[in-house]
Design a protein around this ligand. Structure first.
Ligand code: IPD
Ligand code: CA
Ligand code: CA
Ligand code: CA
Length: 274
């Protein structure tokens, strides 16, 4: 087994154990521990506990690798590989008892920066839905044992698209304006509430496309690899890889159309955060 497959297998095993813990804690009852950057930006004790478990498992298996997770301090490794981890993606769903939440674990090489890293392997596990999505670079995207492919056609009746609304209230007005411009391309819009699931659903052909501003590296590291391994395209700001400034995924034709709309005017292009 090559290194990428070993990393994939480790990501899958850890995601399964972490997802089981998240699900158990959910069944015991969840309370919100704190709000972070904004009122909507909540964290529960389970987010922290699940991240600690993932971190400990990675450290035990691969002590020289780095770590970048949502709920604890980043750490540089010496191996050139960094694990990019969202312990519970979709925390608001989780807190409300909506089953659309997932553990997202990716291994990347190079700088731990989505503009330049190479994603090697990833797993997105939705424990309350019983679905394990996984990929290794060059080896396809999978739901369990089923190989995934993005929808290749662009339906003239419009595409099923998903998006999200960042926690930063300052981004809401531009996001709503953007949604208005995108609507003519859409057959309908979904707001699932977990970026990792939006991405793997595009990989699985359950959605045609997805776009969102304001994602963090742990939201998209694993899911973007799944989209690419399922034959899809993933872009960010013009000429860039997906990043906090923009993430757009789907088949190549749809991504091009979405990007034209998203970056239609200079104000929209100027979405980089300081
Ligand atoms: C959030 C979810 C949500 C997206 C936000 C993310 P969290 O992650 O993925 O769908 O719209 O931008 O921050 O906080 O639930 O891990
Ligand atoms: Ca969060
Ligand atoms: Ca997240
Ligand atoms: Ca999270």
């Amino acid at each position: 087994m090559g290194l990428d497959q070993q990393l994939e297998s480790l990501a899958v095993d850890i995601a399964r154990e972490a997802g089981a813990l998240a699900r158990t804690r959910r069944e015991e009852g969840v309370s919100i521990a704190a709000s972070k950057s904004a009122l909507a930006d909540i964290v529960t004790e389970a987010d922290r506990e699940v991240e600690a478990l993932i971190r400990a498992r990675i450290a035990a298996a691969r002590p020289d690798d780095g770590f970048l997770g949502e709920e604890s301090a980043a750490e540089r490794g010496s191996s050139g590989i960094t694990w990019v981890v969202d312990p519970i993606d979709g925390t608001v769903n989780y807190a409300y008892g909506i089953p659309s939440y997932a553990v997202s674990i990716a291994a990347v090489s190079g700088e731990p920066d989505p503009l330049s890293w190479t994603a090697l392997a990833g797993a997105v596990y939705a424990p309350a839905l019983g679905e394990m999505f996984h990929a290794a670079r060059g080896a396809g995207a999978w739901l369990g044992d089923t190989r995934l492919a993005v929808n290749a056609e662009v339906n003239p009746a419009g595409s099923l698209l998903a998006t999200g609304f960042g926690y930063d209230p300052a981004t809401h007005a531009p996001q709503l304006a953007l949604l208005g411009r995108v609507m003519p391309l859409a057959r309908d819009i979904r707001r699932i509430g977990a970026a990792s699931l939006d991405l793997v659903y595009v990989a699985a052909g359950r959605l045609d496309g997805y776009f969102e501003r304001g994602l963090n590296p742990w939201d998209h590291a694993a899911g973007v690899l799944l989209v690419q391994e399922a034959g899809g395209t993933a872009v960010g700001m013009p000429g860039d890889a997906p990043s906090r400034d923009m993430t757009i995924v789907g088949n190549a034709t749809l991504v091009q159309r979405l990007a034209q709309v998203v970056f239609a005017d200079a104000a929209a292009r100027d979405t980089r955060r300081s």
